[in-house]
Design a protein around this ligand. Sequence first.
Ligand code: CP
Ligand code: NVA
Length: 310
Amino acid sequence: MKPGMSLRKHYLQFKDFRAEEYAYLFERAATIKKRFKNYEKYTPLVDRTLAMIFEKASTRTRVSFEAGMYQMGGSVVNLTTGDSQLGRAEPIEDSARVISRMVDLVMIRTYEQTKLDAFAANSRVPVINGLTNEYHPCQILADVFTYIEHRGDIRGKVVAWVGDGNNMANTWLQAADILGFTLHVSTPGGYEIDAKVAGVSNTDCVRVFKNPLDACRHAHLVTTDVWTSMGYEAENETRRLAFADWCVDADMMAAAQPDALFMHCLPAHRGEEVEAAVIDGPQSVVWDEAENRMHVQKALMEYLLLGRIG
Ligand code: CP
Ligand code: NVA
């Protein structure tokens, strides 16, 4: 940490920020994106370094954080379990103490949220959740921003979640609670969202459906994710059977609002959680959604390091 730097707000779960902070971040992301599209140089993070720690695989998170940080004038250090002492059982607390003395910001993708929390508790600099077993806040930040870009305010709208009650589902639920929309959830039996993990006390923002088609009725946005998340590969075959009816298809999209959007955090498996005709069809905004990871995360990094601009 550099002298004089005392900001230390972490982004570990979606519920770490208030609605009013999200309103600021979405506006800021739009400004940053517009400048980027106009080839305007914007380098407020010169001399700042982001450390990225990946204990699980990534394409979008790696590229979006790395490209975003360089575009803003900063630098990036990339660590994985295999090429660092993390893979040789150095305590996460010690790693946090050391790494955070040398960099200004840390992004971590790992397994248990408790590991991320332990790192943050021992870090001198802000820590960002780049995905844990429990949450994926940067993705939902991009997803809501993408919705707003295409359709405007998400307040009062209906988002349908079809599939696993996983890290994405938990984070959608937190977003519904904070941003004031309703989440329709349909998961196979045994794969429901765990309300305790999601950590949402307001049950008014969620409706649970047995049948995924019913969850999609009148939805403004239909979204899904892989049947088997990273770290759960041993359950692959059991999940394949359990999730067979939780494939977003043309009938589900037809039950939604006529102008409903389709989103998927990617990577996707066509023919499993989504039909090719849907993800590659006219209602799908998955490529904007993926690109927007970079723009919202640039706004997030700027916010964590410099506070509000303007
Ligand atoms: N959506 C997402 O986080 O993608 P990656 O796993 O490729 O980072
Ligand atoms: N739920 C998925 C998201 C991947 C971006 C996983 O955790 O593997």
